[in-house]
Each structure stands twice: as C-alpha cells, then as structure tokens.
Design a protein around this ligand. Structure first.
Ligand SMILES: Nc1ncnc2c1ncn2[C@@H]1O[C@H](COP(=O)(O)OP(=O)(O)OP(=O)(O)O)[C@@H](O)[C@H]1O
Ligand SMILES: [Mg+2]
Length: 342
C-alpha cells in the first residue's frame, strides 16, 4: 500500500493512488494532560482547541511546517494511519510532503515520527514538487514552472523543470500568521481577545488579500482584555483585509525573491505558463488577483488546492525512481534518483 501524506501545520491529508483522498482532517490532537493518553484527534479534537479543562491538552503538534511536539505528532499520525489501514496487515510505504527549507534535524524528526507511526518505508518530497504533481502539471518537461504552496505554517515557492527544483525558497509565514495578525488587530482596536479558531473564521469569512467588492460584516466573540467579561464586536471585511495586509505582503514577497534569481529562459516560461498557487490559503479571497497585480503574471489555482500536496506525494511515490529530488529515509541523506517503491 502506497500513501501520500501532507503532514501539515493545519491539516493532515492522506491519499492513496487509485483510491483517492482517504482522510483530510485538522492536525490537532487532544490528550490526557497527566498520562498523555489519546482523548481525540482531527475533527473531534479541533473544537477542543482553547476549550479544554486542566486535565486535557488539545494542541496542534506541528508549528510553522515542522514538528514542534514529537510524541504528539507520532501519536496523531499513528491514529490516522490506523484508521486508513485498519484492515491491512502490511505496513504502508509513505511519501510525506515537507517544507522546502528545513534543517537536517527537522527532516530526521519527520522520518522518525512517520516510521514510529507504523510506516514500512518513508520518503520525504518537497512540498512544491508534490503540489505541482498533484495539480497535474507536467514537471518532466524542460520548461520552468513556478509553484507557490501557501499552507498554515509555511509558504514554499519553487521553479521546477525536468523533474527537479531549479530555484526555491520558503518562509515560515502563512495562514497561521494571518490569523495572528487578525487577533492582534481585534485586541488593539476593540480591546477584545479572540481565540485562534475565531481569527481563522474571520479570515475565511470576511478577510481577503484585496478589498471585497461587496462589503461584509462578521461578529467576533471573545473576552474583554480589561474587564475579563465575554463580549462581541461587529467587524467589517475592509477592516479585516487591512489588518492582514502586511502579513499577506510578507507572505507573497518570497516569490518575488525567487523570480529575481530565476534564470532568464525559465523566467520566460513562467511568463507564458503563469504561477500555480496551491495550499489551503490559495482559496483566500483576492489572493491570485493580488499576486497578478504585484507581478503582472497570470496566476491559477488548481481544483482542490489544499489536497494537491498529498495527491502529488502519493503519485510521486509510484514514479519515485525517476525523480531527481527524493530524500532518503534510512540514511537520512539527500540523494539523487532514489528508488523507493520496492
Ligand atoms: N477559503 C479559505 N480562505 C482563506 N484561507 C483558507 C481557506 N481555506 C483554508 N484556508 C487556510 O489555509 C491554511 C491551511 O492550508 P493547508 O491545509 O494547505 O496547510 P497545511 O498543509 O496544514 O500547512 P503547511 O503546509 O504550512 O504545514 C489555514 O491557514 C486555513 O485557514
Ligand atoms: Mg501543506
């Protein structure tokens, strides 16, 4: 059994070639605070965030694209793998999409966690390569294709050609940073402290990289920073767009940096092909229009942009022997043209 996994900061997506997406749930785990025994995972655990008694810890074990709490990541993945492989005896071979710029220690911790969660073989695939394959781009051609994956924790940008990464960069600033900017604004402007789920909801419902054509309003509920009492305020879409503008600009500045160092032939290809935007944040209102305004380049979002990395990782696993950029598992070293399908 081959599986592609996007073990993300916000969500875990598991894809099996030939069968489709088997699981797509929030990357959240709730455990007993004393014994670390599993209480809930994924959809069941996400509503517990910020609402737990002292006896329960509900956390997102990955932060900014890397493993922040190793034991909890392993436990969460073990639970998810057991759900999708419940009636199988053989352990699965797994390809995991990871952020572009992570340290050797962070990479090793991914490999160890996935093995410990029950995988037979683990391959790490750069997130933009996985996303490009999942988006259906033909990465084998001698033609520069730019892919930008914006998730919860990281923004990864690569120019791909001939199955390899020609230029890439990554920043640990993405959806979560936008949520934090919104929460900071609501606190500064209204003296109201809101939780991360509320901030994310405001971002999705009324936020945007560009002002909305039709102004919207939303209710933000939280705790007054002075009186400590529950309170709510009504916010407008213009306010939320303004609150997130600086973070969105930082997030998108990274692909400017990549464009600046892209060899001229490939820059010409990008001008013709446009930018492929994937990851959950690709669905943000006005993002592609904003990026086009910034660069003058056409942008497109594939169908189900948040699922592309998992789909592409699973697909890459099948054809991994022909990929020039695969990270090796047992030796933890970066190797060229590895064959991991056996
Ligand atoms: N419709 C939407 N509008 C704006 N943002 C959205 C929308 N849908 C999802 N998001 C955001 O996308 C982000 C999650 O994207 P994704 O699932 O690609 O992240 P991830 O793979 O878990 O994270 P990473 O790859 O950074 O580790 C979250 O910040 C979420 O709020
Ligand atoms: Mg991701």
């Amino acid at each position: 059994m081959n599986l592609g996994i996007d073990l993300g900061t916000s969500r875990v997506t598991i894809y099996q070639p030939g069968r489709g997406v088997l699981l797509d749930e929030p990357a959240v785990i709730a455990v007993d605070a004393k014994s670390d025994k599993l209480v809930a995972c994924g959809n069941e655990a996400v509503t517990m965030l910020g609402r737990t008694p002292d006896s329960i810890r509900a956390v997102k074990p990955l932060k900014k694209g890397v493993i922040a709490e190793y034991a909890l990541t392993e436990q969460m993945l073990w639970y998810f793998l057991r759900r999708v492989c419940s009636n199988r005896i053989a352990k699965p071979c797994v390809a995991v999409s990871i952020a572009e710029k992570i340290t050797e220690v962070e990479r090793r911790s991914f490999i160890e966690a996935v093995y410990a969660a029950g995988a037979r073989k683990v391959t790490l695939v750069p997130q933009t390569v996985a996303a490009a394959i999942g988006a259906g781009l033909d990465v084998s051609r001698p033609c520069g294709q730019m892919v930008i994956n914006i998730g919860g924790g990281t923004t990864d940008v690569s120019v791909l050609s001939l199955k390899g990464v020609a230029v890439s960069d990554s920043a640990r600033i993405a959806g979560d940073a936008v949520d934090e900017a919104i929460a900071r604004y609501i606190r500064a402007q209204y003296g109201l402290i809101i939780g991360e789920l509320t901030a994310e909801e405001l971002k999705i419902k009324v936020g945007g990289a560009m002002p909305r054509e039709e102004a919207l309003t939303a209710v933000a509920k939280g705790r007054d920073s002075i009186t400590g009492l529950p309170r709510e305020v009504v916010v407008t879409s213009d306010e939320i767009s303004e609150a997130m503008a600086e973070t969105v600009a930082q997030m998108t500045a990274i692909f400017h940096r990549v464009l600046e160092v892209t060899p001229p032939e490939m820059a010409g290809d990008i001008l013709r092909n446009g930018l492929c935007v994937t990851g959950g944040m690709a669905q943000m209102y006005g993002l592609t229009a904003y990026m086009t305004r910034l660069t003058g380049l056409p942008c497109f979002v594939p169908e189900n942009p948040a699922l592309c990395a998992a789909i592409g990782a699973g697909t890459a696993l099948q054809y991994s022997s022909s990929f020039s950029e695969i990270y090796d598992l047992n030796s933890f070293s970066y190797r060229l043209s590895g064959n991991v399908t056996n």
